[in-house]
Design a protein around this ligand. Structure first.
Ligand code: XUL
Ligand code: CO
Length: 447
């Protein structure tokens, strides 16, 4: 992958290409576990993990919070005289970062790439201009677009929702944004298109027609799908579940809720889920639960890789670090068959007081190492075979005879009940949870 400074200016001076130096290395700007070409279970780490950088956090989150001003100073906006010029510089900085880090993919919202204009037409023109430049940089570097999305939550017009807004005029404006963003995704050969319904929910049921809003959301998503397919979009559409924040309740609450919604509206052929670790936590689940649920429903798609703080329950979007969590996540992902169009997108931001240029690199390096280590440990668990053999044995009474007939739906409740008399003290078989937990821990420590 070529290093690429189209603007002839280096935005991260003093930091070169990040390479793999192994677990013994003490270099903070080197990978300890992520070794792109290393074969794990028949595929390279790079093919398995499909890392993406999130444009909005890495080049847009300025460190401001409800209590304080921005702390991150973006060098790419210093010498820009217009918002469009700043967007062009930001693009150069982003591609410099992607190539130095060695990621294969990136993700963006329409408004991350290009500033909103004074009218829908101007916004679209801004976006088209930036799409053209991004396309050139993609071609020159080989970095690809994992997915694009549309920011339908920042502008005050969306304060009551976008597709679920009680005012039709706002729904139309959301459509104009989504149509342009799908065009951008197609032009940049995106492998996916995400809907995260930040304000598709309610703040109070007193003023909300819940049934009508959900119907509107389904209608809108079907229209977006039909538009994309009619324009030749072959990528995957994703819904990113999140239970709350910014609204009190979001309709895409969790994977199971989204699955019911997609099926009820005939959307499950074109849509999969983009699962975010921190969102799982907000829904009262763990990351593994959401991944396994998606896999069990045939809806696993992509991942927003981050973590929250289990003690405060906010969407803190921190970089993943927990080997135990990444091992269980990679185990679920491998069991689901791995990524096809999806990947691991770092929807994560450095902390407000992480103000050194190296911090953004070290944040991603740690996240990539955490998933690489998780991948190795997960593959070891699979190769060891004891975990899957235990689970298979646990259900083996359904593999033949009456159990198999029950599974195939060939038995009535009365027949099933009649069999009870022939059975005795079954059911007191150990679930061996602690034994299995120890197996997982050993596979992690053997790294
Ligand atoms: C918000 C969130 C978004 C989506 C894209 O919590 O995760 O950044 O990933 O809109
Ligand atoms: Co996300």
């Amino acid at each position: 992958m070529a290093e690429y400074f189209i603007g002839k200016k280096e935005y991260f001076p003093g930091i070169g290409k990040i390479s793999y130096e192994g677990p013994e290395s003490d270099n903070p700007l080197a990978f300890k576990y992520y070794n792109p070409g290393q074969i794990v279970g028949g595929k390279t780490m790079k093919q398995h993990l499909r890392f993406a950088v999130a444009y909005w956090h890495s080049f847009g989150a300025d460190g401001s919070d409800p209590f304080g001003a921005a702390t991150h100073r973006f060098p790419w906006s210093f010498d820009a005289s217009t918002p469009m010029q700043a967007a062009e510089h930001k693009l150069d900085a982003a591609f410099e970062f992607f190539t130095k880090l060695g990621v294969e993919f990136y993700c963006f919202h329409d408004r991350d790439l290009a500033p909103e204009g004074a009218s829908p037409a101007e916004s679209e023109m801004n976006l088209m201009h930036m799409v053209e430049l991004a396309g050139e940089r993609q071609k020159a570097t080989g970095v690809k677009l994992l997915w694009a999305t549309s920011n339908l939550f920042f502008n005050p017009r969306y304060m009551n929702g976008a597709a679920t807004n009680p005012e039709f005029s706002v729904v139309a404006q959301a459509a104009s944004q989504v149509k342009a963003a799908i065009d951008a995704a197609i032009a940049l050969d995106a492998q996916g298109y995400v809907f995260w319904g930040g304000r598709e929910g309610y703040m109070s049921l007193l003023n909300t027609d819940l049934g009508r809003e959900k119907e509107h959301m389904a209608r809108f998503l079907a229209m977006a799908r039909d538009y994309g397919r009619s324009r030749g979009f072959k990528g995957m559409f994703y819904i990113e579940p999140k239970p709350m924040e910014p609204t009190k309740h979001q309709y895409d609450f969790d994977v199971e809720t989204v699955a019911g919604f997609l099926r009820a509206h005939g959307l499950d052929r074109d849509f999969r889920v983009n699962i975010e670790a921190n969102h799982a936590e907000l829904a009262g689940h763990d990351f593994q639960h959401e991944l396994e649920t998606a896999a069990s429903l045939g809806l696993f798609g992509s991942v927003d890789a981050n973590r929250g703080d289990p003690r405060n329950g906010w969407d803190t979007d921190q970089f993943p670090r927990d080997f135990h969590e990444t091992t269980l996540a990679m185990l679920a992902i491998l069991k689901a068959g791995g990524f096809v169009t999806g990947g691991l997108n770092f929807d994560a931001k450095i902390r407000r007081n992480s103000v050194d240029q190296a911090d953004l690199f070290e944040a991603h390096i740690g996240g990539m190492d955490a998933f690489a280590a998780g991948l190795v440990a997960a593959q070891r668990i699979i190769d060891d075979g004891r975990l899957s053999a235990f689970v298979a044995k646990r259900y083996s009474s359904f593999d033949s005879g009456a159990g198999a007939r029950f599974e195939r739906g060939e038995m009535s409740l009365a027949e099933l009940a009649a069999l009870a008399t022939g059975y005795g003290d079954e059911g007191r078989t150990s679930g061996k949870q602690e034994h299995l937990e120890n197996l997982i821990n050993r596979s992690i420590l053997n790294l």
